[in-house]
Design a protein around this ligand. Sequence first.
Ligand SMILES: *Cc1c(COP(=O)(O)O)cnc(C)c1O
Length: 428
Amino acid sequence: MTYKRSSELFAEAQKVIPGGVNSPVRAFNAVGGDPVFIERAEGAYLYDVDGNRYIDYINSWGPMILGHAYKPVVDAVIEKAKLGTSFGTPTEIETRIAELAVKLVPNIDKIRMVNSGTEACMSAVRLARGFTKREKIIKFAGCYHGHSDSFLIQAGSGAVTFGTPNSPGVTQGTAKDTLLAIFNDIDSVRKLVEANTGEIACIILEPVAGNMGCIPPRDGFLSGLRRLCDENEILLIFDEVMTGFRLAPGGVQERFGINADIVTFGKVIGGGLPVGAFAARAEIMDMLAPIGPVYQAGTLSGNPLAMAAGLAMLTELDQNREIFKSIDEKTAYLHKGIQAALNSYNIPHTINRLGSMISVHFCEGEVSNFETAAHGNNHTFKQFFHGMLDNGIYIAPSAFETWFITEALSYEDLDATIEAVKIVAKYL
Ligand SMILES: *Cc1c(COP(=O)(O)O)cnc(C)c1O
């Protein structure tokens, strides 16, 4: 494959955009080389500016669960655009998508739209703090909740204490209110709760982690958190930006039968347009302005084009429930095929999967938290990534990302992917 035009465009981009990208994960810093520039996409495929076609396993990092340029979504956006693209007034479609979300997701009465997952999580934490009148939050090492200050905190050498910022620009003052726990380790959470009695507003987590590869919760982890929160009047926030409307119509709450107090959404809920949302029972949501004291706002929140895309997407999922089972089965098929291919060349690896989220880790043993996810062999991953790309398979350019499966993938596409793994595994 040649990537000539992509490299030219990347050179131009770097002159006027930091690193040539508008979101760091798009750059190939972790794997080396220049990113490919995509011109268009359809169904399961991406087409780049050099005329190469790829089977896509990023799918815009999650939203394109039904494939690219999905007709009902595209049509809804086009029709809406003709009527004007933003008014800054209430519109009917905002109520319709809210009604549908409230119908699909267990345990929520009201939902508010924002423009990204970052905004959703940031606002959910503010709401939790306003509701509980407490300031500290607990998050888990390796869980991503967007790029707002409180979340850019990492664990210092496994010590579960006050966080230290892992980005310049995040103040010590902010960092000290974010406590870090270990994913899948309920004791690490209990210790923090006991050491900070009456001070913790919320525990936020990806209930199935997807930003350190896919890491499912161990048995009893989510129910343990629920109990701990109930006993200590702490709000439990499920960040379902990745898992919402993917792992089940009602997300992890439905799939695992555990209720969260606040849920955040993004990705699928926008059908490929910039949308995030947060939702809870009425008692909590009614703390928000204009009826409550917790301020939260947005010029383009609930934007008609974004709502049209989101409503079309959620409607499709609601009316075709078999999709959820179908993508799970496709993912299981891929899992088996990749595993067999890597085993036949004795490549040490662990594959994690839950529903339509899957990740390949180039290490042996259970990958259950950030520390074990970090054991993966990054050199092997780099070779794997570039090998797959050269064979027309586009996976995320980082070993810490989940592959996103879409219903648009055919079994022929999955077989082609497994064949590519066999070719690449030979020289890993
Ligand atoms: C993607 C993601 C976010 C951030 O969403 P943006 O729309 O990129 O701001 C937050 N939480 C989780 C779990 C995510 O996967």
